[in-house]
Design a protein around this ligand. Structure first.
Ligand SMILES: [Zn+2]
Length: 156
């Protein structure tokens, strides 16, 4: 997710995202939300509801897995069940929301070696980008390609 969007979550829900300053041995929130921008609205609404219900709840990891949103949290209070329900609703919504652009038009999880919830337009773009990366990899040789990816990941 774009840093500006994460910053908005961190600013609006400082308690819920207090893990952002913790070492990664205690929280995975310093990595931010490990999913596409399209789910920002879902995560924002969920964060708002959890914060209202339990101001002590703390998010420990937010990410995409198997095409759906995963939101992990911890709390000292006794309302886990209610929070789990909110998270379940958000997860259900994520399977119908394009992870890249956020549209609910025809977005669905699809399996092409991996699962990601996307609308047809973003899926087409994803496929083209993957094909481009594959061609690039084949033309430059795997070793050079891996080195380039590592450099890119370190710089971004
Ligand atoms: Zn899309």
């Amino acid at each position: 997710m774009r840093p500006e969007l994460e910053a908005k979550l961190f600013t609006d829900f400082p308690n819920l995202f207090q893990g952002r300053y913790k070492p990664i041995t205690e929280s995975l929130i310093p990595f931010g939300c490990e999913c596409g921008d399209g789910w920002f609205g879902i995560i924002y609404n969920l964060s708002k509801k959890i914060s209202e219900l339990d101001p002590d709840a703390e998010a420990t990891q937010v990410k995409e897995k198997y095409g759906g949103l995963r939101f992990y949290f911890t709390s000292q209070n006794d309302n886990y069940e209610k929070i789990f329900e909110l998270i379940q609703d958000a997860e259900d919504e994520s399977y119908k929301t394009c992870e890249d652009c956020g549209t609910k038009e025809n977005a669905s999880p699809n399996e092409h070696g991996w699962i990601k919830t996307l609308c047809p337009e973003c899926r087409e773009q994803n496929c083209q980008e993957r094909e481009k990366r594959f061609e690039e990899m084949m033309s430059m040789g795997i070793k050079e390609w891996v080195e380039k990816q590592i450099k890119y990941n370190l710089s971004s």
